[in-house]
Design a protein around this ligand. Structure first.
Ligand code: FAD
Length: 561
């Protein structure tokens, strides 16, 4: 079924012995919360290199607004945070993963404070906690109201920069994980990665262990709140190296992204609705009333579907978030960052409703790991949005993902840095790729057509026939794009996006039910027979798994093509 993305082991031809080599104990791919937390933990044991394909600060982490969930209030308890997370996850959360997140969360917030992260405080000097959708208690710590991610990123980067055993490389694009042999997949240890830097060209970073923390796949959809870095490179390269991936059909769509022609889809935080803003249509009607008892405060997937259905009825391009009744200073004081952003687009939320649309927001699935970020491939660990350890089940509870990056980033960093193996450099890795005899497709066209097709057919509301159409289209583009050799980031990103799109669409087609963020018109209810994770590996049939246990065994050495 996934033949078009099963052929290539490496994106480019190379001979490892002919390329400049850099050595580390642990290589971390990604400078978001998961990567930086992993780096700080790994640096306790040895030398660490962190790479990011763009500026170090350009991450989804830095864009996070609402905050970090953790049990810190006297009237809160780990049991309640666990129960809220599991309720959101629609029957697919891994209970031990949830428990680990909740138990280790408060310690991670303390660690952030100890490295200088600044959070909002109440008049008594205690951490100010707010509440978000799905949380039964106030447990979200935040900075400057809506700039939590920026502060988190600043504090973690400062700690990494100050650490004598951490080196940070920006604009260093990871193409593929290296393993011995010419086409080894999942059978051999990952020995590091081949990277490209605009100034230094191709290089190999050899490491005893690698931590993948490359974030999600939001850029696969035409409408997304995600940073431009979120093209799924890491998930695609882990797949090529034989890693198992799971739950990629579950993508959280945020109901309220700013909808202004020509502008990025900036997130309008859920907290704005939490403070009392209403969702209305062009005629000023609150269309979520009657669709759910909580109206616009219903879970994200319900509100996103409500908007899509209402837009289909009205044929309008967008809906509005009306915050005018919140009062003069209310909006600008509670949401100073958003207020400034909106003003930049000529929108004053005190006097005008804000145009909004749903947008792809969070990747629930990813590289399948155990509680220490271990994958089925020796030497390869994963954490954060690139990983899937069953934490979110079929739907993510708001503000659990920064905490996930902290808790499981630290665990992956420790496990990687203390794992067996050695930093090599003496291993010959050869990638030979035949030149394609097929015609060329225009890459810019493929990218925008793919994103539109994903939005239309693999978006908020799905149906079997449309998923099948989308998969046909994706496979067609794959056949003409994955057989090519590119020499720049634009081409490699498209190849990775197409691979991830094929995986997401195949998984969405296979899941014949509606559960959490995955909604199918032809299977409108959850089905007991589908209450499992579906795990994919190159060259193998998908494996069903009811619970996240130990990572699945490596695939057989002979990879079927
Ligand atoms: C607008 C917005 C608001 C959000 N608000 C919240 C919130 O309030 N609370 C919450 O808990 N969550 C929130 N989230 C989700 C949360 O921010 C993310 O899930 C989390 O930050 C992901 O962290 P990460 O470290 O896994 O990845 P990221 O922060 O996305 O970092 C990915 C890193 O990988 C690097 N990378 C990618 N590909 C390559 C490659 N090929 N080579 C080298 N480097 C590569 C990137 O350069 C980047 O450094 C929000 C998300 C968005 C988009």
């Amino acid at each position: 079924m996934l033949t078009p993305i099963a052929d290539r082991r490496y994106l480019i031809p190379f001979r490892s012995q002919l390329l400049p080599a850099i050595f580390a104990d642990t290589l971390v791919i990604g400078s978001g919360v998961a990567g930086l937390r992993a780096a700080l933990a790994a640096a306790e044991f040895g030398e660490v290199i962190v790479i990011a394909k763009d500026e170090l600060e350009r991450t989804n982490t830095a864009w996070a607004q609402g905050g970090i969930a953790a049990v810190l209030a006297a009237d809160d308890s780990p049991e309640q945070h666990v129960a809220d997370t599991i309720a959101a996850g629609a029957g697919l959360c891994a209970p031990d993963t949830v428990r680990t997140l909740v138990d280790e969360g408060p310690r991670e917030v303390e660690h952030l404070v100890s490295i200088g992260a600044r959070f909002d405080r109440d008049s008594a000097g205690a951490l100010a906690l707010t509440r978000e959708g799905g949380h039964s208690r106030r447990r979200i710590v935040h900075t400057d109201g809506d700039a939590t991610g920026r502060e988190l990123s600043r504090a973690l980067l400062a700690a990494c920069r100050a650490h004598p055993r951490i080196r940070l490389f920006d604009r260093c694009f990871a193409l593929d994980f290296l393993a011995a042999g010419t086409a080894a997949r999942g059978t051999d240890r990952v020995l590091g990665a081949i990277t490209h830097h605009p100034k230094y060209g191709l290089q190999i970073i050899w490491a005893r262990a690698s931590v993948l923390a490359s974030g999600g796949i939001g850029q696969l959809w035409r409408e997304t709140t995600n940073s431009r870095i979120a093209t799924g490179d890491g998930i695609a390269m882990a797949w090529r190296a034989g890693a198992a991936v799971a739950d990629l059909e579950f993508v959280q769509f945020h109901p309220t992204a700013l909808y202004v022609a020509g502008a990025g889809r900036s997130l309008i935080s859920e907290a704005v609705r939490g403070e009392g803003a209403h969702l209305v249509d062009r005629a000023g009607r609150r269309f979520m009333e009657g669709r759910h008892p909580l109206a616009e405060l219903a879970p994200r997937d319900v509100v996103s579907r409500g908007i899509v259905e209402h837009l289909a009825e009205t044929q309008d391009p967008n809906v509005f978030l009306d915050a005018r009744h919140l009062g003069g200073g209310g909006f600008s004081e509670r949401f100073p960052g958003l207020y400034g952003l909106l003003k930049g687009y000529g929108i004053d939320p005190r006097t005008a409703p804000i145009p909004v649309m749903p947008a792809a927001h969070y990747t629930i699935g990813g590289v399948w790991t155990d509680l220490d970020g271990r994958t089925n491939v020796p030497g390869l660990f994963a954490a954060g949005e690139a990983a899937c350890n069953g934490l979110h089940g079929a739907n993510r509870l708001a503000s659990n993902s920064l905490l996930e990056g902290l808790v499981f980033g630290r665990r992956a960093g420790v496990a990687a840095a203390t794992s067996d193996g050695a930093t090599r450099g003496d291993v010959r890795v050869i990638s030979d790729i035949r030149l394609s005899d097929k015609g060329e497709l225009d890459l810019v066209d493929v990218r925008s057509s793919l994103r539109s097709a994903m939005w239309r057919n693999v978006g908020i509301v799905r149906a079997g026939n449309r998923l099948a159409d989308a998969l046909d289209m994706i496979h067609f583009w794959c056949r003409y794009s994955l057989d090519k050799i590119f020499d720049d980031l634009g081409g490699w990103e498209i190849q990775n996006m197409l691979s991830c799109a094929a995986l997401v669409t195949a998984a969405a087609r296979a899941r014949e039910e509606s559960r959490g963020t995955h909604s199918r018109t032809d299977f409108p209810a959850p089905r007991a027979a589908e209450a499992h994770h579906r795990i994919y590996r190159v060259g193998a049939e998908p494996v069903l798994c009811a619970e996240r246990g130990s990572p699945p065994a490596a695939p057989e050495p002979a990879v079927s093509r």
